[in-house]
Write a protein that binds this ligand. Structure first.
Ligand SMILES: Cc1ncc(COP(=O)(O)O)c(C=O)c1O
Length: 402
């Protein structure tokens, strides 16, 4: 097309108006559609099913936390906070992490408040992963990791967790390391399987990575949901790992406020400096009154110290209820997810089984294949038990015929 044909015609009063046209674009994430969590939640609404699919509590947070945020708004904390987050909140987090895991992060240079863990993960990956780098994820894994790596121009290297219990398979991880490995993403307690890492697993990872420059992104959003008297193994408790890790957590999980989307990232100052370069042009800051409210709420360790027992009761209620069905219960040592093998009930693939379960039995679940690039052989679905006793009992009543 010549330049002339693009030039507006002189005296073009009679020319027809241009047809508005949205340019065709090529997708940065061609394989990504609506997440399975939204799909199953919509299906649950459509069929009036009990929604044990998406991972969020169906009960409210503590009224005192809402009051603390309300007070912050009334006190005029309604403008931009400092880029890294409200200092009082970062200081409270530094003290809490030191008390729980024995590692002191500097509140000024080593902790940043994020718009939920998901933003923390994306920002960390965009800050640290260069085009052509490899990033190892341990499958099954949370669904944001892969697209975040792709957006950074990195290559996702998938290493299976040991299918027998979904624990770290050190030999497979070791075999996947290459000179191009920039980082490994780990997650404990684990979504979707409820497995947890031990301190010995952390030591083994530290040893494996010792001769390398591989970074660790440690997704610890369920850090306060570890059961049966065990304690959470954080990378920050293992000095060698803490020195090469970004630790990500979420107030949404800890305080039953998933909709607030406030999380935090802790890392050595050199890593945090790079993280903040991206953070300031990504969200810049996270909403102010929530941060003040959370800072006040953190002063009392009670709410998070009670969380393991709180969720363990729900886990036990749910597991006991399922024990009379043909579902095979897989171990659940942490998180608020219970996985079950349904091979004694159906031979449907897991997505179709979840659709059937939602429509015909009235309970929504998430197929485990959603957490893999390629569907696993074992037929497993995930239930979320972060629900009221009434919701769990109604779900169990419906599932009891299986
Ligand atoms: C393992 C894992 N990481 C991160 C997130 C995201 O947390 P947030 O809602 O704070 O972004 C979730 C939420 O389900 C999760 O399960």
């Amino acid at each position: 097309m010549s330049f002339e044909t693009l030039t507006p015609q002189a005296g073009g009063a009679s020319a027809s108006p241009p047809v508005p046209r949205t340019p065709l674009i090529s997708s940065r994430l061609p394989e990504v559609g609506m997440t399975i969590f939204s799909v199953m939640s919509a299906l649950a609404v459509k069929h009036g099913a009990v929604n044990l699919g998406q991972g969020f509590p169906d009960f409210d947070c503590a009224p005192g936390l809402v009051e603390a945020v309300h007070k912050a708004m009334q006190a005029g904390h309604n403008q931009y906070p400092p880029m890294a987050g409200v200092p009082a909140l970062r200081q409270a987090l530094a003290a809490k992490i030191e008390r729980l895991y024995g590692h002191r992060y500097d509140a000024d240079s080593e902790i940043t408040i994020t718009a939920g863990a998901t933003q923390g993960i994306l920002t960390a990956i965009l800050a640290l992963v260069h085009p052509g780098d490899e990033v190892i994820v341990l499958e099954p894994c949370y669904d944001s990791y892969g697209p975040a790596i792709t957006l950074a121009g990195g290559t996702v290297v998938r290493v299976p967790l040991n299918p027998n219990g979904f624990h770290l398979d050190l030999a497979q991880l070791s075999a996947a390391l290459s000179p191009r490995t920039r980082a490994i993403i780990i997650n404990t307690p684990h979504n979707p399987t409820g497995s947890v890492w031990s301190a010995a697993d952390m030591k083994a990872l530290a040893e494996l990575l010792r001769p390398t420059d591989v970074l660790v992104l440690s997704d610890e959003v369920y850090e306060h949901m570890v059961f049966d008297g065990e304690t959470h193994a954080s990378v920050s408790a293992e000095p060698e790992l803490a020195a090469r890790s970004l630790v990500i957590s979420s107030f949404g999980k800890t305080y039953h406020v998933t909709g607030w989307k406030v999380g935090h990232v802790a890392a050595p100052a050199a890593l945090m400096a790079e993280f903040r370069k991206v953070h300031q042009f990504n969200v810049f800051t996270v909403n102010t009154p929530m941060q003040h409210g959370l800072a006040a709420w953190l002063a009392d360790p009670g709410p998070y110290e009670e969380l393991p027992a709180f969720y363990q009761r729900k886990r036990d209620r749910f597991r006991n209820g399922l024990a009379g069905t043909r579902f095979e219960l897989l171990p659940c040592s942490g998180s608020y997810f219970q996985c079950v093998d349904y091979s004694r009930i159906s031979s449907l693939p897991d997505l179709q089984f979840c659709e059937w379960l939602t429509a015909e039995v009235g309970v929504a679940a998430i197929p485990l294949s959603a957490f893999y690039a390629q569907a696993p052989e074992r037929p497993i679905v995930r239930f979320c038990f972060a629900k009221t006793e009434a919701t769990l009992d109604e779900a169990l009543r419906r599932l009891s015929r299986l």
